[in-house]
Ligand binder design. Structure first.
Ligand SMILES: NC(=O)c1ccc[n+]([C@@H]2O[C@H](COP(=O)([O-])OP(=O)(O)OC[C@H]3O[C@@H](n4cnc5c(N)ncnc54)[C@H](O)[C@@H]3O)[C@@H](O)[C@H]2O)c1
Length: 250
């Protein structure tokens, strides 16, 4: 089979689903991975070129079986998008160990496990890894001791992967989304948080899932063939620019 194959985790909804749809539009096949079997089944039902694989990315055995099943179904993997993620916004003192582990299991362990299991296949295709970080991994903020730290670790893991896997022709990059109105974000963004984000972002709006997917699919494509180890924010300008003191604005 010559068609390229992308493995996208957390693709039953949100940014992962939008990314899977873009890959299909761009002529790829997609292995859609999610632990929510019902949502995955309905999301993948009308997507020709995509196949669903139920898997919790934080469980090593499930990850190994999933990668084997993807290779049996498609015969190759050209890109891995580590997008599955969970969020919890809690003060440090209220972040008990179970809450900390819940975030790290998926956001950090999952990225490590899926990438590692796919390395032999990616060596064969000289493929690409795109990890999904967050502006919360680039800028410290209140209530994000677990979430922000997990995403900062993903940013560093991306650099490790680029350093170590480059000699096999495997590229690794990280996309850090700003706020996007998905189920994950709406569970933790109160109306106050939403208006504070709008106030602090030069583009003055939330992003949408497809805008993040476009950056992800670009980094997986041959158009980005000399790009590796990069951390790219798709965040409406939140991380690097900000809009300065409200009193100094017109
Ligand atoms: N939405 C935002 O504002 C925003 C901002 C920055 C970063 N992100 C990141 O983007 C990624 C996608 O987020 P989203 O907003 O689309 O979220 P979402 O909640 O809409 O989708 C996440 C998907 O991941 C799946 N998932 C969660 N844990 C899993 C696990 N252990 N194994 C397999 N599947 C699992 C869920 O079932 C769900 O389908 C996440 O990594 C998130 O941290 C989102």
């Amino acid at each position: 089979m010559t068609q390229k194959v992308a493995l996208v985790t957390g693709s039953a909804r949100g940014i992962g689903l939008a990314t899977a749809k873009l890959f299909i539009e761009q002529g790829w096949c997609v292995a859609m991975i999610d632990r929510d079997g019902d949502e995955l089944k309905s999301a993948s039902a009308d997507m020709s070129g995509a196949k669903p694989f139920v898997c919790d990315v934080s469980v090593p055995k499930q990850v190994d079986q999933m990668v084997d099943a993807v290779l049996s179904a498609f015969g190759r993997i050209d890109a891995v998008v580590n997008n599955a993620g969970v969020a919890d916004f809690l003060p440090i003192e209220e972040t008990d160990f179970a809450a900390w582990r819940r975030i790290m299991d998926t956001n950090l362990d999952g990225v490590f496990l899926v990438s590692q299991a796919a390395i032999p296949a990616l060596k064969e295709t000289k493929g690409a890894i795109v990890n999904i970080g967050s502006i919360s991994g680039l800028r410290a903020s209140t209530l994000r001791v677990a979430y922000g730290t997990s995403k900062a670790a993903v940013i560093h893991m991306t650099k490790q992967q680029a350093a170590e896997l480059g000699e096999y022709g495997i590229r690794a990059n990280c996309v850090c989304p700003g706020p996007v109105k998905t189920k994950l974000a709406m569970a933790v963004h109160s109306p106050e948080i939403i208006s504070a984000y709008l106030d602090a972002m030069p583009l003055n709006r939330y992003g949408n899932e497809t805008e993040i997917g476009e950056v992800i699919t670009f980094l997986c494509s041959d158009k980005a063939s000399f790009v590796t180890g990069q951390i790219i924010a798709a965040d409406g300008g939140f991380e690097n620019v900000g809009v300065g003191l409200p009193a100094l604005r017109s």
